[in-house]
Design a protein around this ligand. Structure first.
Ligand code: BES
Ligand code: MN
Ligand code: ZN
Length: 501
């Protein structure tokens, strides 16, 4: 399903359902006072007002009221979705409202509907937010179900663009197209993340990345264990050695067609542990099945590159995705083992379950040696970030304030919640080993920060941002606008960052 624009008055659209946003009424008022409400209340001969007075429709965020055969409209049904307080209704709210509309109607067996965006944003931004919300909501995590309910499928969505002169502009078309590309990339990441570890091994991830590269015209390279050995990537190889599945370092490259005006070269590094059993420091059984999503950072970067191949930013962007399976095989590395990283720094492996930072260490070093001027990594790195920020915010760490600000600004723009975390030198006191340069774990406290401090050693002087997505890459609960499962968080933000750079 790809949403299309229509330029028709909402009341004349014959559709299975027309969805509009309604807001909360102001204090002391019986009904909302906005133009949209007045227009639809008049069209339906006072139906909306009646519902508000009866308390059946409140306009509270994502409250939904579905009416059949509404008078005054060509639509078969009218869905009123709550937008909350009108002053607070921004693009993030619009995205959610559009998503909630899709999931509500899909669940009721509707196959086709029209959505009328609302709010005070410029039309192009309204359309983009609506498209993003609709497409992200349409994702289903039921890949391996054999009795898929085919009757619960949305075939067509029309977004009502109105008839103002700006509605038929190139700007609006471009916004729609970009939103489709971005959200399809987000859903592509979610498909990969949702795959179980027996289907998505490191080799299979390589195959999927290669197919992506061929399909969309990106340069592709892959380092196998032999090439890693030649480059002395001891930390990456150390994690891989407990598994029968060979490791890989996937490289995807995008180059702008015209000679770029700057030497900016963005490096995207994504953790792709296709299964994290913990290794010899094995994890408890409860919830271990979730560790198939420990490749979410890598999937994010492949998805971002796929979108960038279409959106064509004016800078160079390369992705580096170290992929391994962390297993406790007889060849597995042991606690106490020392690994020499590509950078030359030695690491004492205190806990084999702190494997993400080990594979990222070598990938960051490789990215720097490949000439990246800026680095962003995304990783399901620590349980500690879940303790700190819950399932709401991505934890963001950086060695460069300006770059950090830029990433946070994009996150805000894209409606992905991210929160800055500290990296004071004091935390480095926790990273002391008597035998090697660094241990791979710190103390009990501030675990997300010490993990980031470890990575910082390998980002060195390159401006770098680290996203810890352990708490946000997987939705534990379904939302009205999103099913439970992989979220695809950070895809939208990172595309925006690359386009802005
Ligand atoms: N992949 C995990 C982190 C994780 C936890 C991701 C929960 C998603 C949800 C990571 O490799 C890990 O095991 N981290 C350890 C580090 C510890 C041993 C220092 C952790 O957070 O417990
Ligand atoms: Mn682990
Ligand atoms: Zn892990």
């Amino acid at each position: 399903m790809t949403p299309i624009l229509i330029w028709q008055s909402a009341e004349s659209i014959s559709t299975e359902a027309l969805a509009i946003v309604v807001f909360e009424k102001d204090a002391g008022q019986e009904v909302p006072g906005d133009d949209l409400f007045r227009r639809f209340d008049a069209l339906t001969e006072g139906l909306l007002g009646e519902l508000y007075r009866a308390g059946e429709c409140t306009g509270k965020m994502l409250d939904a009221v579905l009416l059949h055969r509404p008078r005054g409209l060509a639509a078969r049904r009218l869905l009123l979705v709550g937008g909350g307080k009108r002053e607070k209704f921004n693009s993030a709210e619009l995205r959610k409202a559009a998503g909630a509309v899709l999931r509500c109607l899909k669940g009721r067996g509707v196959h086709e509907f029209a959505f009328l965006p609302a709010g005070r944003l410029p039309l192009a931004r309204q359309i983009a937010a609506a498209v993003e919300g609709l497409l992200a909501a349409d994702f289903e995590p039921d890949t391996y179900k054999t009795d898929k309910k085919d009757d619960k499928r949305i075939d067509r969505v029309s977004i009502v663009a109105g008839s103002s002169p700006e509605a038929a502009s190139d700007k609006v078309d471009a916004a729609l197209e970009r939103a489709v590309t971005v959200t399809q990339a987000q859903n592509f990441a979610r498909e990969l993340i949702n795959e179980p570890a027996n289907h998505l091994t490191p080799s299979e991830l390589v195959a999927r990345a290669q197919k992506t590269a061929v399909d969309c015209g990106l340069d592709f390279d892959v380092l196998d264990a032999e090439r890693m050995q030649a480059l002395k990537m001891g930390a990456l190889l150390g994690v891989a050695q407990g598994s029968a599945e060979p490791p890989a370092l996937i490289v995807l490259r995008y180059r702008p067609a015209a000679v770029p005006s700057s030497n900016t070269h963005l490096g995207l590094v994504g953790k792709a542990v296709t299964f994290d059993s913990g290794g010899i420091s094995i994890k408890p059984a409860e919830g271990m099945e979730k560790m198939k999503y420990d490749m979410a950072g890598g999937a994010t970067m492949i998805a971002v590159m796929r979108a960038l191949a279409a959106l064509k930013p004016s800078i160079r962007v390369s992705a580096f995705i170290p992929t391994v399976e962390n297993m406790p095989g007889s060849r597995a590395q042991r606690p106490g083992d020392i690994q020499t990283t590509m950078s030359g720094k030695t690491v004492e492996v205190i806990n084999t379950d702190a494997e993400g930072r080990l594979i990222l260490a070598d990938a960051l070093t490789y990215a720097r040696k490949q000439g990246c001027s800026h680095l962003i990594d995304a990783a399901t790195l620590t349980g500690a970030i879940v303790v700190a920020l819950g399932h709401t915010n991505v934890g963001v760490f950086s060695n460069d304030q300006a770059f950090l600000d830029q990433v946070l600004a994009s996150a805000k723009e894209c409606g992905e919640k991210m929160w800055p975390m500290p990296l004071d030198d004091e935390y480095k006191d926790q990273l002391k080993s008597i035998i090697a340069d660094l241990p791979n774990t710190g103390s009990r406290w501030g675990g997300a920060i010490t993990a980031a401090m470890f990575l910082k050693e390998f980002a060195d002087t390159t401006p770098w941002v680290h996203l810890d997505i352990a708490g946000t890459a997987w939705l534990e609960e379904a939302k009205p606008y999103m099913p439970k499962g992989p979220s695809g968080v950070a895809v939208r933000t990172l595309i925006d960052v690359a386009m802005d750079m």
